[in-house]
Design a protein around this ligand. Structure first.
Ligand SMILES: Cc1cc2nc3c(=O)[nH]c(=O)nc-3n(C[C@H](O)[C@H](O)[C@H](O)COP(=O)(O)O)c2cc1C
Length: 300
């Protein structure tokens, strides 16, 4: 069963891509899973200058997910292009996630990283830095996306916030000439310790990822596909098994990213891909035939 898919002229051997962040730049992950196996790898978000991130504690494991307030910790773009980018895997699609505060920041990082990337993901939605996410400001979002577009000819992905209306954000991305949206970043949340009366996270709020997140993200993927059938959607949030991948595809996603699960059990990604093949073989359907199937009354 052929799982390959072409997105904006880029060939993915299968639709499984790692999500930005949980795997950093992949050094640990690729000890367990070969880049020959996955469709693509997304780097941790890279910013103009190094960021040390928020003060710990900044991770809380929940029954059904993970709350993190890492805060875009990364070594900065200059270190990244000198020491990390040249050894990114070559046998899967390389997506580099870019971040910053202003259109100039984003353009500057994009310009420096583009030769190491097949695609650039523009992170408009980190829930753990500043007061509000960039995506809440439509003018700034348009300026950032336009600045990136003027800087590179590589396909751009707008990473949206699930704390905001994703149809509205997709419209803004499309008006800026973007053809691929990522739905989406972790959702803001908090947990409190009943023994101490204090928040678990030093920063109080964090981003929720993992299975608890999945029905919310699936609904957003469905809504965006319904509103804009021509838009390419990357769906993610809480994927743990091949059936979860199928849910995202029938809701309207063409690519599926996996973050928390790949961090908890990197070896499970290979099994997800093998099981996805088996599910499609049993259905006797090609991956391209089932994208958005729920909008057409299901299979056949
Ligand atoms: C520890 C951690 C760090 C993350 N760092 C980033 C990041 O740097 N950039 C980004 O766009 N998303 C980041 N994310 C969000 C993930 O890319 C993804 O949107 C989210 O975790 C939902 O997918 P999952 O449930 O498969 O993990 C991070 C998530 C986690 C758990």
């Amino acid at each position: 069963m052929d799982l390959s898919i072409e997105i904006e002229g880029i060939h993915f051997k299968n639709p499984i891509v790692t999500a930005s962040g949980p795997l950093g730049f992949g050094d640990e992950f690729f000890k367990y899973t070969s880049s020959d196996t996955i469709g693509g790898f997304t780097s941790k978000t890279v910013t103009p200058y190094p960021i040390t991130g928020n003060i710990p504690p900044r991770l809380v494991y929940l029954q059904n997910g993970l709350l993190n307030s890492i805060g875009l910790q990364n070594p900065g773009v200059d270190f990244f292009i000198q020491k990390i980018a040249p050894s990114l895997p070559q046998t899967c699609v390389r997506i580099i996630s870019v971040g910053g505060e202003s259109p100039e920041d984003f353009a500057n990082v994009t310009k420096k990283v583009e030769k190491f990337a097949d695609m650039i993901e523009v992170n408009l939605s980190c829930p753990n830095v500043g007061g509000s996410v960039i995506a809440s400001d439509s003018k700034l979002t348009k300026e950032i996306l336009s600045a990136c577009k003027m800087t590179t000819k590589k396909p751009l992905i707008a990473k949206l916030s699930l704390d905001l209306d994703t149809v509205w954000q997709s419209q803004i991305a499309m008006e800026s000439g973007i053809k691929i949206v990522n739905i989406g970043n972790s959702i803001q949340g908090a947990r409190f310790n009943v023994k101490t009366g204090k928040p678990f996270l030093k920063n109080v709020r964090g981003g929720l990822s993992g299975p608890a997140f999945m029905p919310i993200a699936l609904w957003k993927v469905y809504q965006v596909k319904q509103a804009f059938p021509e838009l390419t959607i990357i769906g993610l949030g809480g994927v743990e098994k091949a059936e979860d991948v199928v849910e995202y595809i029938v809701a309207g996603a063409s690519l599926i990213e996996i973050g928390t699960q790949a961090m908890i059990d990197p070896k499970s990604i290979q099994k997800i891909i093998e099981d996805l093949k088996k599910i499609l073989e049993a259905l006797k359907l090609d991956i391209k035939e089932i994208i958005g199937a729920s909008h057409r009354g299901g299979f056949r």
